[in-house]
Design a protein around this ligand. Sequence first.
Ligand code: CA
Length: 225
Amino acid sequence: MKILLVEDEKNIADFIKEILESEKISVTTADSVEKALKNNYSDDHDVIILDLMLEGKSGDGLVESLRKAHSSIPILVLSALSQISKKVELLNLGADDYMTKPFDAEELIARVNALYRRHLESSSADEVIIDDLKFIRKQNKIIRGGRSEYLTKKEGEVLDLLIKNQGNVVRTEDLLLKVWQAKKGYHSNIVQATIRRLRKKVDSGFDHKFIRNVHGIGYMFVTES
Ligand code: CA
């Protein structure tokens, strides 16, 4: 696995690099978003670990640029900020996971490995067609009524889970557990924010809504027939 680490504080960057390299993970560091973008680093790496507070363009800018360019590379954001609103904002932009500093080295490794594994799994899967919806898993792309939309990793995983359980309610806590490997400290706002984006891409402008909210319990994928 090759990781791109975007972090401007050298001691933190060195610390993370050391942790990952001890796990035989190769690490490229960049101290700014500008540098990461200019070198197209995201093309050669499997996961990005991104600090939020950077000189120049902030970390949000990288998430936004990559997702606009339809890159589905998993992004783990690291930040000292702990406000839920910021987390939701980042997840809305398309970050896949979020950890606050100070963080536990083992947890960082576990999260990175989980992101990578899920990225590989979703990359190798096929496409699924339900009514007028086509979901191309390996591209994280959906096509409905001639309109195509790219999904983020998390959106793709949520949609996948809902489709696999179509006709049944998937509980919010199960989504948190399976998609985010949620532990204490995670908030169901993350699920809501992801579902909101997913609905906009899947259902907005169509009479039939595939993704239904089952109030207080979770979400259900409902076919037309
Ligand atoms: Ca920083």
